[in-house]
Design a protein around this ligand. Structure first.
Ligand code: HEM
Ligand code: HEM
Length: 132
């Protein structure tokens, strides 16, 4: 049960942080401090989702069930991939200035995708757990 609660804890934290990360980028970009929040919060969100992913994999392994046998698991994998791609692309736009337009576009796309997928994963997780 400890792993299940850890999974839910990290994923809920990840969802709240991702909402704040995208919210700051979308609505508070005029504030001078927006990137000071957006950047570390984005990395923290990705770390939370990765920790939640690791606890889920160990939880399912220990239960003896097959891995990645429910749609929730695949949705979760896509979520974590987007949540890792977004900060990587966000960081790269400061490093590879010649490709900035392209990197910005894909940073936005993966950023929005990460938020939407996190929300859908959380809903499908509640469903898999029989809560809704
Ligand atoms: C999971 C982490 C992250 C997510 C989900 C995310 C998401 C987003 C989104 C959705 C936007 C576009 C907002 C809009 O439509 O106006 C944006 C913009 C931006 N983000 Fe992130 N971000 C993340 C991490 C980072 C990191 C780590 C950095 C910097 C190292 C960064 C730098 C930027 C910058 C500079 C912009 C403005 C780009 C532009 O003008 O299009 N982001 N981010
Ligand atoms: C962002 C949100 C979430 C993500 C990205 C996510 C991701 C995952 C992944 C990848 C697995 C499968 C691991 C494997 O098969 O090896 C999994 C399993 C599971 N998750 Fe989540 N999860 C999220 C939220 C939740 C929530 C909110 C709950 C419940 C309240 C939940 C309940 C479960 C359960 C019960 C399993 C085991 C399913 C099985 O028996 O195969 N998840 N999750």
């Amino acid at each position: 049960m400890f792993l299940f609660y850890s999974h839910v804890f990290f994923m809920t934290a990840g969802l709240l942080i991702m909402t704040a990360v995208v919210g700051v980028a979308r609505f508070l970009r005029r504030k001078q401090w927006w990137l000071k929040i957006h950047r570390p919060a984005g990395i923290t969100g990705a770390v939370c989702l990765s920790a939640g992913f690791a606890t889920a994999v160990v939880m399912v392994y220990q239960s003896g069930d097959g891995q990645f046998e429910v749609p929730h698991a695949w949705l979760g994998l896509a979520t974590v991939l987007c949540a890792l791609a977004a900060p990587t692309l966000g960081y790269l736009q400061f490093k590879i200035r010649s490709k900035i337009q392209h990197l910005r576009l894909w940073h936005r796309r993966t950023g929005y995708a990460a938020l939407i997928l996190t929300l859908l994963s959380a809903l499908s997780g509640l469903f898999v757990a029989g809560i809704i």
